[in-house]
Design a binder for this molecule. Structure first.
Ligand code: FAD
Length: 455
């Protein structure tokens, strides 16, 4: 008989969600987690600490903006130690809370590094555990570029969130979601930020009109963009880091943040010993029930590939736990909302216009500009946009992008609409409270139907 019914390897959002759900369904569960706390990258060095710092950035910007209304605050004095302490307290509360939730469910947690030594056997520290089922949720880590030296002036996102200093001149290499959030934080704290991106534009998978609004706003904060630019060489010294670009020019920065993506941790757990197949990028192949090539072993979260987002990991974790417990459920991977918590926020879900057309839909977009939203203007909001992609034959909503204050919160209405196969009429005929930013979603739908009176 196995030592444990369900072993969960990794205690991030995928792992703890799987473990807690399985325990709630009556299984005896063990989490093997190499960190001292649960919560994974998300709580310890990702989603939560970055949002805590983004909140501070927002306060600084709003205080400055208040000048427009005749309310003048003094320039902020930033006590970095206190700032870090408050961020760490938030993280500590949440990770401590997870520890409590685990013990109340009688989920055992072992803080060791786990490695498979067979299809139903795992070594964790000096102990070996046998299991009936396992769920792999070991997540991802930052990509280290091969020719980049290790140096205390070259940071990854984890180091950037530790915030040991606020550099005067900061280069961020890689302008994906994480790079853009770092630019939002550090530019508010006073850094002169340069974003360097190999691609010709930011976030190529996102609606261009929306991306341009974000780009304009970040430029107004003093962020400089070097697009279509590759860094050929990195030369750190005690006081600065020189970047040599493909065109041959050299620029010097106080600190460089490398934000060029994340890679799966599946290379560290000896998948081969368990017979689990993975691709050349160490992404574990799973079916829609999150089952790997070994029928009793499941995998969830970043280790299963893109999009590497916490809510996808959590959702997969619950699906895997329920499948282990005999439920007939599966993961609908096509509808994972994405949010960049920048200023303004940029959020998108479902199909882009191009994807919709490629999938055979007769598709169109409809928009509502936020400069016509009373709530946006009354709250000091700037440019913003709500754009829906819909099928012209059925009026069904297929996708959407929102850029503006709290776009991430507003996206939930579109996500639900797409999931429920809602049409433009379903949205337009629901009474939206006035004045709210959510009206922009209804107004975009009304605009397509020809019933809009607010533009
Ligand atoms: P992880 O959270 O990576 O957890 C894996 C856990 O497994 C870790 O705790 C690790 O210590 C442990 N582990 C690894 N190997 C072993 C082993 N061999 N033995 C034992 N334990 C092991 N996503 C969002 O949705 N929204 C955001 O706003 C957001 N912001 C982010 C900001 C930053 C700066 C970063 C870096 C990421 C952000 N993400 C965000 C991504 C999000 O953090 C990840 O998608 C999410 O944490 C993935 O969850 P996971 O459970 O797959 O893995």
């Amino acid at each position: 008989m196995a030592d444990i019914q369900l072993l969960v390897l990794g205690g991030g959002p995928g792992g703890y969600a799987a473990a807690f759900r399985a325990a709630d369904l009556g299984l005896e569960v063990l989490i093997v987690e190499s960190r001292k706390t649960l919560g994974g990258v998300c709580l310890n060095e990702g989603c939560i600490p970055s949002k805590a710092l983004l909140h501070v950035a927002k306060i600084i910007r709003e205080a400055k903006h208040a000048e427009n209304y005749g309310v003048v605050f003094q320039a902020p004095e930033i006590d970095i130690k206190k700032l870090i302490k408050s961020k760490d307290q938030i993280v500590g509360n949440l990770t401590g809370g997870l520890g409590g939730l685990a013990s109340r469910r009688k989920v055992k947690v072992v803080h060791e590094n786990g490695v498979f030594i067979g299809p139903n056997k795992l070594q964790a520290g000096d102990d070996v555990y046998t299991f009936d089922h396992a769920i792999i949720a070991v997540g991802s880590r930052t990509v280290q570029l091969a020719n980049w030296p290790v140096h205390n002036r070259i940071w990854d996102s984890t180091r950037a969130l530790e915030m040991s200093e606020i550099p005067k001149k900061l280069a961020i290499v890689g302008a994906g979601i994480i790079g853009l959030e770092m630019a939002t934080i550090y530019s508010a704290l006073g850094s002169q930020v340069t974003l360097i991106e190999l691609g010709k534009d930011l976030l190529p998978m996102v609606d261009k009109d929306a991306v341009n609004i974000l780009k304009k706003q970040l430029s107004s904060f003093g962020c400089e963009f070097l697009l279509g630019t590759s860094v050929e060489q990195v030369m750190p010294s005690d006081l600065s880091v020189s970047l040599i670009f493909s065109a041959g020019d050299v620029k010097e920065y106080d600190v460089v943040i490398s934000s060029v993506g994340r890679r799966s941790n599946a290379d560290k757990i000896d998948c081969h010993a368990a017979g689990i197949s993975k691709n050349k990028h160490d992404i574990i192949d799973v079916d829609e029930q999150c089952r790997t090539s070994v029928p009793t072993i499941f995998a969830v979260g970043d280790v299963t590939g893109m999009p590497m987002l916490a809510h996808r990991a959590t959702h997969q974790g619950k699906v895997a736990a329920e499948v282990v417990c005999g439920y007939k459920v599966q993961m609908n991977t096509s509808l994972i909302p994405s949010v960049a918590y920048t200023d303004p926020e940029l959020a998108w879900v479902g199909l882009s216009l191009q994807e919709a057309k490629e999938q055979g839909y007769k598709a169109k977009t409809t928009t509502f500009p936020w400069l016509a939203s009373g709530r946006n203007l009354a709250s000091g909001g700037n440019d913003g946009l709500t754009k829906l992609v819909y099928c012209t034959e059925s009026n069904r909503i297929l996708g959407g992008t929102i850029v503006g204050v709290n776009a991430g919160e507003l996206l939930a209405e579109l996500t639900l609409a797409i999931e429920m196969c809602a049409t433009l009429e379903d949205i337009a005929l629901v009474v939206h409270a006035h004045p709210t930013l959510s009206e922009t979603v209804a107004f975009a739908a009304e605009r397509a139907l020809g019933t809009l009176t607010d533009l």
